[in-house]
Design a protein around this ligand. Sequence first.
Ligand code: GDG
Length: 455
Amino acid sequence: MSRLICVSNRVALPDATETSGGLAVAVRELLCQRAGLWIGWSGNISDRSEFDIHHGRFSAVTLDMTAEEHEGAYLGYANSVLWPVFHNRLDLARFDRNFYGSYAAYNIRLAVVIASLVRPGDQIWVHDYHFMILGRLLRAQGIENQIGFFLHIPMPPPEAFLAIPEFRELASSLAAYDLVGCQTTNDVGNMLACLRAATGAELLPSGRLSIAGEAFHVGSFPISVDSQTFAMAGHQPRNTTIKRVLGVDRLDYTKGLPQKFRGFAHLLRAYPHFRRQTVLTQIAAPTRDSVEVYADIRQELEGISGSINGEYGDVDWMPVHYIHRSIPRKRLRALYRSAAVGFVTPLRDGMNLTAKEYIASQDAADPGVLILSRFAGAAEELQQAILVNPYCVEELGDALAQALAMPLAERQSRHAALYATISRRDTTTWATDFLEHLKRAGADMRTRYISSPAA
Ligand code: GDG
């Protein structure tokens, strides 16, 4: 069997005891099966240019970033240009010419490392916005292997994408991959529109896209969760006097946390009978602390939760439990199971695994209710959730009142439909599906360079 080489910003080491998130779980399993390599940043900042190899059931290859790469490529281009723009937050983007130079240099360094490790027949799978141009750079190293790219975050519409000064380089680099995967059909639509607008890409009768005569595939592969693992959350007694509304997010401005808190305050204001009977527990795992807007959002949330608790709380009841720390996965599963409402309201999200994890963790006989933003990729599949506009605080509060009062029969029927959807595909089938498509797409390699019909 050919080896699998995965590239992502961070990697899990072969001996790590806890792997979090859908990507890590899926990739790890496949890498074990195919004695693969997982390549990415060590998490350290130094001037060491050598990479380290950690051997186990698969091998992890880690590199340190230089301070310049960390500042310019990671915090700069990836997280202050691509992340905000792809989430439609042009107002938060910092366009600085030096950022792209660092991003390209770091991607070149990775391409050289991969070229030194790859063998004929290996499949290469590149993950996410940190490495949009890596495929092109790997081709420049003479690598002819199958190379796939998966975008975990949403693809924006052309109006946002074209605001990135380097939009042409980004778009034309994607044609170097054999397969470009997105989370949803909406993202695929945006991808086609952006590539057309940026490069004049054409849709070929075969269903492939062509940019300047170079043909490749684009498709949607919604990421999923391992529903079996979450279903093993076991019996968790649900407090019948105080119902828990639960949020679990990285502390990121895309996750709509201020609006979520204000939506909860609207519930307490407009539906006073829910006071003393409901708490909002928000786990907000720290992330990207050194980017300024992340510090701002932290302060804003502390302010809002304090003011809701000050206004509505009492000595024996605090409405908002705001926890700015990551908690162990096992505890998270128990929390999902015991929560009456899963409150998932990002302003924009590629997929949102929390929504799927919440569904997977419920007791089918007495399930909780999922409230889900229309602008999360997961909404395309999870139509039986209560779908909300995450910007509208009143709508959020009204949805909470609806969820908290929902009769058992309705909770059961919505949950059954949602669970059927997520259990159709787990993390392994998601990854296998992508890699099988990559294999078929890579088989077209002989016809990679075509003369475009317009030429
Ligand atoms: C990106 C895209 C896409 C959260 N807090 C804790 C914790 N988590 C885990 C959750 C979940 C994961 O982190 C978060 O995944 P999301 O999908 O919600 O969001 P992003 O991190 O933004 O992920 C996203 C995803 O990639 C996959 O393609 O869905 O749209 O933005 O698994 O459970 N885990 C633990 N403690 C916490 O406190 N252990």
